[in-house]
Structure formats: structure tokens, C-alpha cells
Write a protein that binds this ligand. Structure first.
Ligand SMILES: *C/C=C(C)/C=C/C=C(C)/C=C/C1=C(C)CCCC1(C)C
Length: 257
């Protein structure tokens, strides 16, 4: 039964690329490094999804949900990458709207994982969860209205940064940090600390991308190339590496190491 469900999820994933490529007008040029990065990352996300879903069968019960959520993050992102890749290759323009739809779904899923780890430590309140969801959503909406041209790129950047700082405050100094200081197994505590570092340094790559894309005053074509390369790289760290950290804690806890 479990095997059947995993198999059908994988079969569905295999169909996704063909669904997304129906309207492709051009093929990938060997000199299009941004396009190549879209390809590499979409494939890495597919592989990561298969891996996280299959590994749910190996870890102890309380870790299964975390790994399933990791797989959902990479599945949702892979699907968006198929579309983003086509937009970039066919038109050479930045797929802002697909990027932000992806983030609006995957960031709350990542916050859910954060919260699952916190619950494994023992004292996670729902207030922490909703504050993190609220701040991250506001951070993304501000970024979107800046990138899509509804408001100035600078004010949007500043507002978005403030909400990200609110997230950092919550996880380093707020209730979440206190909840994490419980008497959980060392491996769970270290997972929480590592996830916190990802939200600090891994997430910092996104504002750097935004800055390089809109705020340096460089040639727009070069800036958009940088923006996409940096965002793509950030997604590898924050979606795949994040999941791998959870996976490694889950395996070592399950196997009693
Ligand atoms: C899987 C996708 C993730 C984890 C996306 C995270 C996105 C951010 C942390 C974006 C942050 C931004 C700022 C802090 C300021 C400039 C605008 C944003 C939206 C790029």
C-alpha cells in the first residue's frame, strides 16, 4: 500500500515535465548559463523529491511527516521550475510571478517543518507558528510588489527586510528560541540550530539576489541574469539542503546513533 502510493507519486512526477513543456518555443542554448542553472536545479529538485518520499519508509514514525513535507517543498518547487525554465528559455525574461507563487507555497511549508522540529523538542506554541507565517508572508508580498513594479524597488526591499529581521528575532531571541532550549536529544537540538542558520545565511542569499537584480544600477540584462542565478542557487540551499539536514537527523535518531 505504502509502496503503491510512493510509486504513484513518482509516476505523477515523471509526467510533470511534459505537461510544462507543451508551449516551449525554443531550446536551451549552450551559452545560456542562466537557462542551464534552471535545468540543473529543476532536475535536482525532482531527484530530491523522489529521495525524500522514498526515505519516509526508513525513518521512525515521528520523522515521517517532516520528510514528507521536505518532499512536498521540492515537488512544488520542481513544478514551478519547469515553468520558470520555459519562460526564461523562450523569452529571456525573469519569471517573477511563478517564482513568487512558488515561494508563497514553499516558505509556509518550510516554516511547518521548522515547527515540527520545534514540536519534537517539546514546547512549540501555535503563536510561534502563526507569527512566523505572518512575517514570512509579508516579507514575500513586499518583495513581489517591488519586483513586479507596483511600488518602488527600494521601499519594497526595506519593508521586506524588516519582516525577515522579525523572523530572525523570533527564532534567535523570541519565544521560538526559548522553546528550543528544552531537554530534547542533542541531535534534535542541533537540527534546530542548523535550520536557524539556514534561515539566517541561506535566506540571506535572496535579498542579495534582489539587490544585484534591481539596486546596483547595472545593465538590466546582466542584472536579470545575476538575479536568477542567485535565486536558483538559494533554492538549492534552502529547499534541498534544508531537507537533507532533516533527513540526516531523522536517520541518526531512528538508528539510535
Ligand atoms: C524556497 C524559497 C525560499 C526559502 C524563499 C525565501 C525568500 C526570501 C527569504 C526572500 C527575501 C527577500 C528579502 C528579505 C528582501 C528583498 C525581497 C525578498 C523577497 C527577495
Amino acid at each position: 500500500m505504502v509502496r503503491f502510493r510512493v510509486a504513484s507519486a513518482l509516476a505523477l512526477m515523471a509526467l510533470l515535465p511534459s505537461m510544462a513543456s507543451a508551449q516551449a518555443a525554443k531550446t536551451l542554448e549552450p551559452s545560456d548559463f542562466v537557462g542551464i542553472s534552471f535545468w540543473l536545479i529543476s532536475m535536482a529538485l525532482v531527484a530530491a523529491t523522489a529521495f525524500f518520499f522514498l526515505e519516509t519508509q526508513r525513518v521512525a514514525g515521528k520523522w515521517k511527516t517532516s520528510l514528507t513535507v521536505s518532499g512536498l517543498v521540492t515537488l512544488v518547487a520542481a513544478t514551478h521550475y519547469f515553468y520558470m525554465r520555459e519562460v526564461w528559455i523562450a523569452t529571456g525574461s525573469t519569471p517573477t510571478v511563478y517564482r513568487y507563487i512558488d515561494w508563497l507555497i514553499t516558505v509556509p511549508l518550510l516554516i511547518t517543518e521548522f515547527h515540527l522540529i520545534l514540536s519534537a523538542i517539546g514546547r512549540a506554541s501555535s503563536g510561534i507558528f502563526w507569527r512566523l507565517i505572518g512575517s514570512t508572508t509579508a516579507m514575500l508580498v513586499a518583495g513581489y510588489v517591488g519586483e513586479a513594479g507596483y511600488v518602488g524597488v527600494w521601499p519594497a526591499f526595506i519593508v521586506s527586510m524588516l519582516f525577515w529581521i522579525a523572523v530572525l528575532y523570533e527564532i534567535f531571541m523570541g519565544e521560538a528560541s526559548k522553546a528550543a532550549a528544552g531537554d530534547a536529544p542533542a541531535s534534535v537540538q542541533s537540527a534546530y540550530k542548523t535550520m536557524r542558520l539556514i534561515v539566517t545565511f541561506g535566506w540571506a542569499v535572496y535579498p542579495i539576489g534582489y539587490f544585484m537584480g534591481y539596486l546596483t544600477g547595472g545593465n538590466p540584462a546582466d542584472s536579470m541574469g545575476m538575479l536568477n542565478i542567485v535565486y536558483n542557487f538559494a533554492d538549492v540551499v534552502n529547499k534541498i539542503a534544508f531537507g537533507v539536514i532533516i533527513w540526516s537527523v531523522a536517520v541518526s535518531e531512528t538508528e539510535g546513533k
